[in-house]
Design a protein around this ligand. Structure first.
Ligand SMILES: C[S@@+](CC[C@H](N)C(=O)[O-])C[C@H]1O[C@@H](n2cnc3c(N)ncnc32)[C@H](O)[C@@H]1O
Length: 236
């Protein structure tokens, strides 16, 4: 907020809106976790890590610059935001996530989405570029059977994934294009869940589109199925 020179009233409205969304999403997350008490520990571990060291205040540290150099990305592609449990659960259910499935979150941040995959009984793995995000929560996630690793999503191994989630709203078209090339390593039938924009490439059939709540407001969530060889494109 400090980076934007906004009038006082506008600033106040934005801050109140963010506070309200934060309260609603934290409350619904906590209620959902009452059905899966073993996931309360990782969830509150992530929350505690956020309180101690906010992921929302990105800094150009040596590590961050090194990671960006390695992937050829821009600083603004690291903008942070999380998917509430309720949203992830609704999207994953619609995409058919459940026991026997393997969900991979590309650009996993601190793993909140992975808790939703475990809630549904699926295996959950996340790939996150920033070592700081991973280090601060990894010890909370591991006992719940959640794997979060540091790495470049555009090089992730997706060969065993049944579902791939990516909250790619901040990525440039170039980074998205590299990710889509990596998606082509997946098995036919793999489902892809993307936030804001669909996968606009041949072979990815859009199954459905939903407007859902995030920690910053409403966004479209797209569910696709990989059908290599088909001329399928976003059709909704
Ligand atoms: C908007 S956050 C989403 C976090 C989480 N997936 C969620 O929805 O709750 C996007 C994350 O992608 C990460 N990211 C950006 N480029 C990446 C890359 N090439 N490889 C892995 N992670 C990346 C950022 O550091 C950031 O943590």
């Amino acid at each position: 907020m400090e980076d934007f020179d906004l009038p006082f009233f506008q600033r106040l409205v934005i801050q109140l809106w963010a506070l309200l969304l934060g309260l609603i999403t934290r409350l619904t997350d906590a209620l959902l976790l009452l059905w899966r008490p073993r996931l309360l520990r990782p969830y509150f571990g992530i929350w505690l890590a956020e309180r101690l060291h906010s992921p929302y205040r990105a800094r150009r540290t040596f590590e961050v610059v090194r990671a960006l150099k390695a992937t050829g990305q821009r600083f603004r592609e690291l903008i942070y935001g999380e998917t509430p449990l309720m949203t992830a659960l609704l999207a994953f259910r619609r995409a058919g996530v459940g026991p026997g499935c393997r969900l991979v979150d590309l650009g996993a941040g601190r793993g909140r989405v992975l808790i939703a995959a475990r809630w549904l009984g699926a295996e959950a793995r996340g790939v996150e570029l920033l070592a700081d995000h991973v280090a601060s929560v990894e010890k909370w996630l591991r006992p719940a059977g959640i794997t979060l690793v540091e790495g470049d999503a555009t090089r992730a191994d997706l060969s065993d994934a049944t579902h791939v989630f990516t909250n790619w709203l901040a990525l440039t078209p170039e980074t998205k294009a590299r990710l889509v090339e990596r998606f082509r390593d997946c098995r036919p039938g793999t489902r892809f869940i993307t936030v804001t924009r669909p996968i606009e490439a041949e072979g990815f059939l859009v199954r459905s589109r939903h407007r859902m709540l995030f920690t910053w407001g409403f966004e479209l969530v797209w569910i696709h199925e990989y059908q290599p060889g088909s001329a399928a494109r976003a059709s909704i």
